[in-house]
Design a protein around this ligand. Structure first.
Ligand code: PMV
Length: 325
C-alpha cells in the first residue's frame, strides 16, 4: 500500500513541442532525450491511511492548486487502472528547482507513475510505466529510461511510450545545467504549446522538419558523434524557441543570463572546444561537453554574472522503486 520511486529529469536533444491530441497527451513530433544523473525526484505514495481526498506535498509544502489538479487527475487514472477507490498521500522531493524549466514535470510524473502503481499493487513494465507517465507530461515518458530515450509522436491512433536508444553507460558525456533563475516559470509548457500551435505561422514547418531531425539525432548518438549531436541539439532548441517567439502573444523564456551562457558556449567553441547548448521551456541553459572539458567549461560559466549556480550531470539511470531502509 505504499512505495517510493526515484526518477531522473531529462533534456531533450530533439525537442517535443505541440500535441496532436491534448486529452491523451500525444506529441505531434517525436523527441530524443538524455536522462540526467543529478536532477531527480523521489516520490512516496501511500494508500494506507483512510483519507477523504488526496494529499500532495512537494518539497514538504502542500502542492499549489494548479499542480494539485494535474496530480489528482493522474491519480484518478491510477485508481481507474487498479480498481481502487482509496485516496492517497503523495510526498515528492526534487533535487533541483521545481517548475523552473528544468524538467521537474518529467522526473515528477515518471516517479509518480512508478510509485503509485507499485503502491496500488500493480507494478508496471518500463514500457507501460512510460505510456502512463506520458499522461502526466510528455517528457515524463522519456524519464522512465536511463541514458538516451526516444518518444515517438505524430500518431493519434497510437498511445506512445518511449524507447531506450542507449543506456547511461553508452557515452560518458557531461551536461552542465546553468541555473539563471530558480523561480517558477510564468507560463507552463502545456499552455505555451497550445499558444504556439494555434498562433504561430511556423508551426506546420516545425512539425514537417521534426522527423528528419529525429533520424539524424538517433544516428549521431549511436555513432557518439558529439559535433553532430551538439549542432542539431542547438538547432532544435533554437527552432523551438523561435516558434514560441513567433506565437501571438510571443513567448520568451530567456533572461540576460540565458543569452550570456549561449554566447559563452559560442566563445568556447571558437577556442576549439566541443561545447553545445540546449534550452527547454525556461531560462536555464544545459551545456553539453566531453567529460575531460568539464572543469574548463564549468569555470567559464560560473564566471558569468547571470549564472546563479551550476549542476554537473552525467547520463542518468532509469526510474526505479526504492526498497524500504
Ligand atoms: O513534458 P512537458 O509537457 O513538460 O513538455 C516538455 C517540453 C520541453 O521540455 C520544452 C521539450 C522536451 O521535449 O522535453
Amino acid at each position: 500500500m505504499d512505495a517510493t520511486a526515484v526518477a531522473h529529469a531529462n533534456i531533450a536533444l530533439v525537442k517535443y513541442w505541440g500535441k496532436i491530441d491534448t486529452a491523451a497527451n500525444i506529441p505531434a513530433v517525436g523527441s530524443l532525450s538524455l536522462t540526467l544523473s543529478n536532477l531527480w525526484t523521489r516520490t512516496s505514495v501511500n494508500f494506507r491511511r483512510p483519507l477523504k481526498e488526496d494529499r500532495v506535498f512537494i518539497n514538504e509544502h502542500r502542492a499549489r492548486p494548479a499542480v494539485m489538479k494535474k496530480v489528482v487527475h493522474f491519480l484518478d487514472e491510477v485508481r481507474r487502472r487498479t480498481e481502487t477507490d482509496r485516496y492517497c498521500e503523495v510526498r515528492s522531493i526534487n533535487s533541483f528547482p521545481t517548475a523552473a524549466g528544468m524538467a521537474s514535470s518529467a522526473s515528477g510524473f515518471a516517479a509518480l507513475a512508478v510509485a503509485a502503481m507499485h503502491a496500488a499493487g500493480h507494478p508496471l513494465t518500463p514500457t507501460d510505466a512510460s505510456a502512463l507517465a506520458r499522461l502526466g507530461s510528455g517528457s515524463a515518458a522519456r524519464s522512465i529510461f536511463g541514458g538516451f530515450a526516444e518518444l515517438p509522436g505524430g500518431d493519434p491512433a497510437n498511445a506512445p511510450a518511449a524507447i531506450q536508444i542507449a543506456d547511461e553507460h553508452f557515452w560518458p558525456l557531461t551536461v552542465l545545467v546553468a541555473i539563471t533563475d530558480d523561480t517558477p516559470k510564468p507560463v507552463s509548457s502545456r499552455t505555451a504549446m497550445e499558444m504556439t500551435k494555434l498562433h504561430s505561422p511556423f508551426y506546420a514547418a516545425w512539425v514537417d522538419t521534426a522527423g528528419r531531425d529525429l533520424e539524424t539525432m538517433r544516428a549521431a548518438v549511436l555513432r557518439r558523434d558529439l559535433e553532430t549531436v551538439g549542432a542539431l541539439a542547438e538547432h532544435s532548441a533554437l527552432k523551438m524557441h523561435g516558434l514560441m517567439m513567433s506565437a501571438r502573444p510571443g513567448l520568451l523564456y530567456w533572461n540576460p543570463g540565458t543569452v550570456a551562457v549561449i554566447q559563452e558556449v559560442l566563445n568556447l567553441r571558437k577556442e576549439g572546444l566541443a561545447v553545445y547548448f540546449t534550452i527547454d521551456a525556461g531560462p536555464q541553459v544545459k551545456v553539453l561537453c566531453r567529460r575531460r572539458d568539464k572543469a574548463t567549461v564549468a569555470d567559464r560559466l560560473l564566471a558569468l554574472s547571470g549564472v546563479r549556480s551550476l549542476m554537473l550531470c552525467r547520463p542518468g539511470p532509469s526510474a526505479r522503486v526504492e526498497e524500504d531502509v
